[in-house]
Design a protein around this ligand. Structure first.
Ligand SMILES: [Zn+2]
Length: 971
C-alpha cells in the first residue's frame, strides 16, 4: 500500500528544489501558455474547484510531456466588495460565519481577530488556497504570483483603461444596474447569493385609470392589453396613493423606493390595504372598457408596482387564478364585497391567433397539462411555453385595432411605443427574478447617473470578437455558438464602482474598476511580473510609454529609458518575455463564465492587442457533484481541497476528479471513487515494483503473445493521445488504465507458465517493462507523484513530469499478431464452453489445424471478395484447376460453400488483413500456446494438422478445421 502523503511530500519537495515548474523563455523550445482564473480569496478551495484547476494542471503537464516549454502561473483577485461584507459579519461574530471558519475551514478561534480587515482576510485565504494547490500537486510557476491591489498591477490596469478610452470603447451615461441598498453598490454575479446574475428587463407600465388616479400595471407583454379581463391587487398587501412625477399613482408600498431608485419623484399621500380597492372598476386605456379589481393573494407587492393586469387568454397564471376565484365566489358569495356577476361572466379574450392552437393557447396548455391550482409548479412551464410560441408564431387578431395582422414580435414594441406616446403607459426597470446580495439584502434596480461603461455593444468591436472566436480552438467545440450568441446580445457594461478594492479609473479616480473589468487581459501581466519583481521599479516609472513598448512594441526602449529612467536592456527583456509567451494558448474556465468573463477577455484582447496576440484557445469545464448532489454549505458536503488531499491522497483525488469528467457534463465525485482510484494506483505500483526488480533484459526473441501485447499497448497509447489532444480526460484515463489493464491481465494469464523458461522470461520482462513504462507516462499528468516514484524505481532519467509522452511505435503495431492471438483466445473460450456445457473433466484436448488445400481455397475466396464479390460456382471451378483439389471431388465444393459465406460476411479490414497474412502456420501458433492451454485446463494438449498421419481423431472432428478456426476435440 502506497503511503500517499509521504510520496507527495517527497516529490513536491524535489520539484520545488529543482524549480521544475518555474518557466523562463527558452528559444530552443516551442512554448505553451495556459491559465485558469485567479481565485477570489474569500474561502479555501474545495473539491468543487478541483475539476477546473486539476484539468488545467493535467493539460499543462501533458503539453510539457509533448515537449513544450509550458507556463502555468497563478495570482489572486482581491478586487471588489464581498470581502468587506464578510469582514463585517466576522466582526459581529455572525454564528454561521464563525462556524464555517472554525469547523469547516479549521481556522483556530484565536486567529479570527487577525482577519478583521479585507486585506488580512484575503491574504489568509490566498495562502490557504496556495497551500491547497501545492498539496494537490499543481505545476505552477509561483514566482509570478501577484494580487490585483498591487501597485504595479494598478499601473497595468490604468494602462488597459487608457487604451480602451483612446479607442472609444469607454462611455458614460445613466443606466440601470443591479443595486444593493445596504452595501450602497452595484451588484454583479460575483456579489450575489448563489452567483445569480441580476438580469434587468424594461417592463411596460400600462396606465389603467379611475378618474385621475393611475394604476400602473407592469407587464412584459404590452400587446395583450386588448385581452385584459380584470385587474389583480393583493388584498393583504399595503398600497399607497402617491404623487409620481406630477400624476397620482396607486402602487404597492414596496414600489415606492424602487421608483425613487429609478429617478422618479415620489410623494406618498396615503397608505392602505389592497382590500380597500377590491371590487372597484378601472378603465383600460387601450380599449376604454371598464374592468373590476379582483383579489389576488398571489400578487407580490415586491414585484414591480404590485399592480397586475389579468389576461387569461394568454397568461396561464391569470386563467387558473380567475377560474379558481369563480369557483370560490360561487361557493361562498357572502365572503366577497363584489357581486358574483362581476366575476362569473369574465371569459378569456383572445387577441392573438396561433396556428396549431385553439381560440386561446393559454387555456389549451393549462387544460392539456391538467393544471387547476395556482400553486402548481407546472404553471411556470406553461407560462414560458405560451410566451415563446406566441412570440415566435403569433399574429394579432381583429380586436386589436391598428395592430391587426401584425406579428406578436412587432406588435409588442409597437403597442408599447404608441401607448407611451399617448401617455397611456410608461416604463420601469425591474429584475426578471429576485436576487439577494451576499450581505442578505434584496437587490433592486437603480438608475446610475454618470456611470462608466465598457461599450461591448459596439458593432465594429463585436465583429473583431466574432472573428477571434471563429478562429479560436474552443473545447468542447459545440460551445463555439454559445460564445457567438453572447457576442450578439452583449451591451454596454458598467465597469466601475464607488467602493471596494481595486484600481481607480485614471481619469475619474473616485471610481474603482470592478472585478469583471480588471480581469480581462491579466494573462499578459504574468509574462512581465517576473522581471518587474527583479527590477523593482517605482510604480510611477511604469508609464503608458513603458506598457506601450512592452505590450505593443510602440516606441523604443531608448525612449522608454529617457522617459522613465528604466534601463533599456531590461525594458527590452520584459518586452521579449511577453512576446515569447504570448498569445495565450488556452484559457480554462467554468461554463458559467461564458456570458461574462470569458467573452470580455476576448473583447478586450481584440481591442488592445494586435491580431497575433489574440487568445488562441478556451477550455470550458462542467462542475462537480458530490455523490450526485450539488456541493453547498447547506448540504454539508463541501470538503476543502487540503482536507481531501489528506483523506484520499493527492493522486487518487486528482484521478477521481478527472475520470468522471466528460466535457461540459457534471462530474460525479464520491469518496468511494477516490478510494477505488487509490486501489487502482496501488495495483499498478505493485506491478511496477515487481517489474523494476528485474533488470532490463538483453538477447531474447518475442513470441506471438508478446507481439500481441506490445501491439495492443500501441493501440492504447494511440487512444490516450488522441483523447488528450481534445482533453477528453475520461477517455484517456480509461485507455491508460482499464482498457490496458484488461489486456495485461490476459497477457499475464497467457504467459503464466512461460516464466520458468529462460528465453521466454527475458522476453516477458521486456514486454512488462515496456507496458509499465508507457503506462506510467500516460498517467503522469493525472497522478504525478506516484508516477515520479515509479519512474525513479524503473531507472528513468529526470522527472516523469518532463519525460516524453509515449508515442505509437509503428513497428510494434502488429495487426497480424492481434489476429493470431484472437485465434488462441477464441479456442480457449470455446474449450471452456465445451467443458462447462458437457461437464467433462478433460484428460486431453486435441486441436486440429486446417490442411493446406483449405487455406488455398480460403485465400482464393478472399481474393475474389476483395476484387468484388465471391461467387461459389466460380470459386469451385477455380479451385478445381488446382491438381491437389481434383482428388477431393466431394470435399472441395462443400468447403467452398462454407468459406464463400464466411468471406461475404467478413468486415473489410479483416479481409484485407487476412489476405496480406496469407497462409498461417497454426500448428506452430498452437504449439507456442501449449503451456498456456495446459495450465488453463489442467490436462494434456495435442496439436496437429487435420491430416497428419499421427493425429488422434477418435471423434472425427479434424475435418471441421477451417483457417483461423482450428477444430477442437475434448477427450
Ligand atoms: Zn449588499
Amino acid at each position: 500500500m502506497v503511503d500517499w502523503n509521504s510520496v507527495e511530500r517527497k516529490w513536491q519537495t524535489r520539484w520545488a528544489e529543482a524549480a521544475a515548474f518555474e518557466t523562463d523563455p527558452d528559444p530552443t523550445k516551442p512554448k505553451y501558455y495556459l491559465t485558469v482564473a485567479y481565485p477570489y480569496p474569500n474561502s479555501p478551495q474545495h473539491i468543487g474547484h478541483g475539476r477546473t484547476y486539476t484539468l488545467t494542471d493535467v493539460h499543462a503537464r501533458y503539453m510539457r510531456m509533448k515537449g513544450y516549454n509550458v507556463l502555468l502561473p497563478m495570482a489572486w483577485h482581491y478586487t471588489g466588495t464581498p470581502l468587506f461584507a464578510m469582514v463585517e459579519r466576522l466582526k459581529e461574530r455572525d454564528p454561521e460565519l464563525v462556524s464555517t471558519f472554525t469547523n469547516l475551514y479549521g481556522i483556530p478561534e484565536g486567529k479570527l481577530a487577525t482577519l478583521e480587515t479585507p486585506e488580512a482576510m484575503a491574504n489568509y485565504f490566498a495562502n490557504e488556497i496556495k497551500t491547497g494547490m501545492q498539496r494537490i500537486g499543481y505545476s505552477i510557476d509561483w514566482r509570478r504570483t501577484f494580487t490585483t491591489v498591487d501597485d504595479y498591477y494598478h499601473r497595468f490596469i490604468e494602462w488597459q483603461f487608457a487604451k480602451l478610452k483612446q479607442k472609444g470603447y469607454i462611455t458614460q451615461g445613466s443606466h440601470p444596474v443591479g443595486w444593493c441598498p445596504s452595501c450602497g453598490n452595484p451588484v454583479g454575479q460575483h456579489d450575489t447569493v448563489g452567483d445569480k446574475e441580476p438580469e434587468i428587463e424594461e417592463f411596460t407600465l400600462i396606465k389603467f385609470t379611475k378618474g385621475d388616479i393611475v394604476f400602473p400595471a407592469a407587464t412584459l407583454r404590452p400587446e395583450t392589453v386588448y385581452g385584459v379581463t380584470n385587474m389583480w391587487l393583493n388584498p393583504d398587501a399595503a398600497y399607497v396613493e402617491a404623487d409620481v412625477d406630477g400624476e397620482t399613482w396607486v402602487v404597492s408600498a414596496e414600489a415606492v423606493e424602487k421608483l425613487e431608485m429609478l429617478g422618479r419623484k415620489v410623494k406618498v399621500n396615503a397608505e392602505f390595504q389592497g382590500s380597500r380597492l377590491i371590487g372597484e372598476k378601472l378603465t383600460n386605456p387601450a380599449t376604454g372598457k371598464e374592468l373590476p379589481i379582483l383579489p389576488a393573494p398571489f400578487v407580490s407587492p415586491k414585484n414591480a408596482t404590485g399592480v397586475v393586469m389579468s389576461v387569461p387568454a394568454h397568461a396561464p397564471f391569470d386563467y387558473v387564478a380567475l377560474e379558481q376565484l369563480k369557483r370560490k365566489v360561487r361557493a361562498n358569495p357572502e365572503a366577497y364585497k363584489f357581486k358574483p356577476s362581476d366575476v362569473t361572466p369574465l371569459k378569456p379574450i383572445s387577441v392573438i391567433e396561433l396556428s396549431g392552437y385553439g381560440e386561446s393557447p393559454a387555456v389549451d396548455i393549462v387544460k392539456k397539462m391538467g393544471i387547476t391550482d395556482q400553486s402548481s409548479p407546472d404553471l411556470e412551464k406553461a407560462t414560458k411555453e405560451v410566451y415563446s410560441v406566441e412570440f415566435h408564431g403569433g399574429k394579432m387578431r381583429g380586436n386589436t385595432g391598428q395592430y391587426i395582422g401584425m406579428s406578436v414580435q412587432t406588435a409588442k414594441e409597437a403597442v408599447k411605443k404608441d401607448l407611451i406616446a399617448d401617455d397611456k403607459a410608461s416604463t420601469m426597470y425591474e429584475l426578471i427574478e429576485p436576487v439577494k446580495c451576499r450581505c442578505g439584502d434584496e437587490v433592486v434596480v437603480k438608475i446610475f447617473e454618470n456611470q462608466w461603461f465598457i461599450n461591448y455593444g459596439d458593432e465594429a468591436w463585436k465583429k473583431l470578437a466574432r472573428e477571434n472566436i471563429e478562429e479560436m480552438e474552443i473545447i468542447p467545440r459545440e460551445l463555439k455558438q454559445e460564445f457567438l450568441n453572447v457576442v450578439d446580445w452583449l451591451k454596454a457594461k458598467a465597469c466601475a464602482r464607488k467602493a471596494g478594492m481595486g484600481t481607480r479609473l485614471p481619469w475619474a479616480p473616485d471610481w474603482i474598476i470592478e472585478a469583471l473589468s480588471d480581469s480581462t487581459i491579466y494573462m499578459a501581466y504574468y509574462t512581465v511580473i517576473r522581471l518587474l519583481n527583479e527590477l523593482k521599479p517605482k510604480p510611477e516609472q511604469l508609464t503608458e510609454a513603458f506598457w506601450d513598448y512592452v505590450y505593443l512594441g510602440i516606441g523604443s526602449p531608448v525612449q522608454v529609458e529617457a522617459e522613465t529612467g528604466l534601463p533599456m536592456e531590461k525594458v527590452e527583456e520584459i518586452h521579449r518575455e511577453f512576446e515569447y509567451f504570448y498569445p495565450l494558448d488556452a484559457r480554462h474556465s467554468g461554463r458559467d463564465l461564458i456570458p461574462n468573463h470569458l467573452t470580455f477577455m476576448v473583447f478586450i484582447h481584440d481591442a488592445i492587442f494586435p491580431r497575433k496576440h489574440w487568445v488562441k484557445g478556451i477550455v470550458v469545464n462542467g462542475s462537480v457533484l458530490m455523490e450526485g448532489a450539488k456541493m453547498s454549505k447547506s448540504m454539508n458536503n463541501i470538503i476543502p481541497l487540503i482536507n481531501a488531499v489528506e483523506r484520499f491522497g493527492a493522486d487518487p483525488l486528482r484521478l477521481g476528479l478527472m475520470i468522471t469528467a466528460e466535457p461540459i457534463k457534471d462530474a460525479d465525485f464520491s469518496p468511494e471513487l477516490a478510494k477505488s482510484m487509490g486501489d487502482l494506483l496501488d495495483r499498478i505500483y505493485a506491478r511496477a515494483q515487481r517489474v523494476s526488480s528485474e533488470p532490463e533484459p538483453e538477447g531474447y526473441e518475442l513470441g506471438e503473445a508478446d507481439l500481441w501485447m506490445l501491439s495492443k499497448l500501441q493501440g492504447h497509447i494511440r487512444d490516450a493521445g488522441e483523447a488528450m489532444d481534445e482533453l477528453r480526460v475520461r477517455k484517456a484515463i480509461h485507455a491508460a488504465t482499464y482498457d490496458l489493464e484488461a489486456d495485461v491481465e490476459w497477457y499475464l494469464k497467457r504467459i503464466e507458465g512461460d516464466r520458468d523458461h529462460e528465453d521466454r522470461r527475458k522476453a516477458i520482462a521486456h514486454v512488462e517493462r515496456a507496458v509499465v513504462d508507457a503506462q506510467v507516462r500516460m498517467l503522469t499528468p493525472f497522478a504525478p507523484h506516484i508516477c515520479e516514484e515509479m519512474r525513479e524505481m524503473l531507472g528513468g532519467e529526470g522527472f516523469a513530469a518532463f519525460a516524453p509522452w509515449p508515442e505509437v511505435d509503428g513497428a510494434l503495431v502488429r495487426e497480424d499478431a492481434e489476429e493470431l492471438e484472437s485465434v488462441v483466445r477464441g479456442l480457449a473460450e470455446d474449450v471452456a464452453n465445451i467443458v462447462k456445457v458437457t461437464g467433462i473433466k478433460p484428460s486431453t484436448i486435441h486441436f486440429y489445424s486446417a490442411d493446406g488445400w483449405k487455406w488455398k481455397v480460403y485465400r482464393m475466396a478472399m481474393e475474389m471478395q476483395a476484387k468484388g464479390s465471391v461467387d461459389t460456382g466460380t470459386l469451385i471451378r477455380e479451385a478445381f484447376k488446382d491438381d491437389e483439389m481434383k482428388a477431393k471431388q466431394k470435399e472441395v465444393p462443400a468447403f467452398a460453400r462454407i468459406v464463400a459465406e464466411e468471406v461475404k460476411r467478413m468486415p473489410e479490414a479483416t479481409l484485407k488483413l487476412r489476405c496480406e497474412m496469407g497462409a498461417v502456420n497454426e500448428v506452430k501458433l498452437l504449439q507456442d500456446a501449449e503451456r498456456f492451454l495446459k495450465a488453463q485446463f489442467g490436462c494434456d494438449v495435442s496439436v496437429s494438422a487435420e491430416s497428419d498421419p499421427w493425429a488422434e481423431d477418435p471423434a472425427k472432428r479434424a475435418g471441421r478445421a477451417r483457417p483461423f478456426k482450428p477444430a477442437i476435440y475434448v477427450a
